[in-house]
Design a protein around this ligand. Structure first.
Ligand SMILES: Nc1ncnc2c1ncn2[C@@H]1O[C@H](COP(=O)(O)OP(=O)(O)OP(=O)(O)O)[C@@H](O)[C@H]1O
Ligand SMILES: [Mg+2]
Length: 402
């Protein structure tokens, strides 16, 4: 959701800084509508916890229709409590600034994970790709079925199911964030297509046409995420004559390319149904897609657990995991030390959000199995040790011969 709004004011006040009951101590990203900080929340009696605090960009928060809709959607999202949904913990205004606080998920968002896999030539095992889709669908199914206190369905639609909103933690949890928040963005988008252009690659045709949405729109978006994970490439590719938004409106059917997966035809059919351009022909609910996918995973023997995904994440991204944790601990120690300290910034968890997610995502490894590991070279210490050993050997030979 990058757009004109994204170029607005950036807070330049140094970190750490206080913001109501929060201490903002690191910047972790910037999306289409907010500055995102890692913050520590402190209660009156001194208990603390880490949260992610999103400060809505002033140019958007200043728009009454945007903020009204954002607040009403965020209130609904705050009612969601589920292992696969990022918990919204606070929603408010401080010093005129609109913010949302939520649980911090330590890991990568899916688009960053794919970028790192692609860069490091690390294939994503197919069971993990399927697990990510299954857990994302669990979040959607729960939210779509959620009813209010009066028992009436809340009618929640995520509206922005895309890799940057699927968070994968170093513990192997998969959590969907930003429930409903895109609604506010849609409301101000109007004719300004660039606002929605960036996420058009995951839009249902009805969404791209600006029609009213229901849960089936999220089913379509989740279908694209799964298709891309399995195919290793983008579902829509903009060309000279067609933008992503044009393609999203037309939704040309694209069968899953051959991948050598077990029971591939079942998977192809399941995806074709989830990606049916006509809502009536589409898989009717996230739960139906979830059930079908679970049956496929069981029949194909491609079942994984968050436990194994977490171990894989920590194995392949060990350096990042450690560095992230150490920097955070350093920053927190500095906070506890008292007066303002200059902190070394934590490496951002994301590269600046780009309007176009990566064009190429890594293909999954099929069949599942340990991903190839980069063979570690000897390193400078190893080379020095080898040279010393050779010199000693030469000296020994010379001594014996002498
Ligand atoms: N609760 C969270 N825990 C950890 N990281 C988060 C959390 N929420 C967001 N992030 C990180 O911040 C990045 C930017 O988030 P943000 O939602 O603002 O932008 P986006 O998802 O790229 O775009 P959009 O505005 O469409 O949601 C995310 O992609 C993610 O990497
Ligand atoms: Mg987001």
């Amino acid at each position: 959701m990058q757009g004109p709004g994204a170029t607005g004011a950036t807070s330049t006040a140094p970190l750490p800084r206080s913001f109501g009951p929060y201490t903002l101590f690191d910047t972790i990203g910037r999306g289409g509508m907010a500055e995102i900080y890692l913050a520590r929340a402190r209660t009156e009696l001194g208990a603390t916890r880490l949260v992610v605090l999103k400060q809505i960009l002033p140019e958007l928060a200043g728009n009454p229709s945007f903020s009204e809709l954002l607040i009403s959607e965020a209130k609904l999202a705050a009612r969601l409590t589920h292992a696969n949904v990022v918990q919204v913990t606070d929603l408010g205004r401080h010093e005129g600034q609109l913010f949302i606080a939520m649980e911090y998920v330590e890991g990568f968002d899916l688009s960053e994970l794919l970028r790192r896999c692609s860069r490091g030539k690390i294939p994503l095992p197919v069971e993990f790709a399927l697990l990510i889709a299954v857990e994302t669908l669990r979040a959607l199914d729960y939210a779509h079925r959620r009813a209010g206190d009066d028992g009436a369905p809340l009618g929640l639609v995520h509206r922005d199911v895309s890799p940057s909103n699927v968070l994968v933690s170093f513990e192997g949890e998969i959590k969907l964030c930003d429930f409903g928040i895109a609604h506010a963005n849609d409301a101000v988008a109007g004719d300004a297509q660039p606002v929605i252009q960036g996420k058009a690659g995951y839009m249902s045709p009805e969404h791209a046409r600006g029609a009213p949405l229901d849960a089936r729109s999220d089913v379509f978006a989740a279908g694209i995420v799964l298709w891309e994970l399995l195919a290793g490439r983008r579902y829509y590719r903009a060309t000279e004559g067609k933008t992503l938004l044009d393609l999203a409106r037309e939704a040309p059917a694209q069968p899953l390319p051959p991948s050598g997966l077990p029971r591939e035809e079942e998977l192809r059919q399941l995806l074709a149904r989830a990606l049916a351009p006509e809502r009536e022909a589409r898989t009717p609910s996230a739960q139906d897609l979830l059930r079908a996918l679970e049956v496929y995973c069981a029949d194909a023997g491609l079942v994984a657990s968050p436990l194994r995904l977490g171990a894989w994440m920590r194995e392949h991204f060990a350096a990042e995991t450690l560095e992230r944790r150490r920097s955070r601990e350093r920053a927190l120690r500095a906070l506890d030390a008292g007066p303002p300290v200059v902190l070394t910034p934590i490496a951002p968890s994301v590269e600046p959000a780009s309007a176009e997610p990566p064009a190429v995502v890594p293909a999954v490894s099929v069949p599942p199995g340990p991903a190839p590991r980069a063979t570690a070279g000897p390193g400078p210490l190893g080379i020095a040790a080898a040279v010393v050993a050779l010199l000693l050997l030469a000296a020994l030979i010379a001594y014996r011969q002498g």
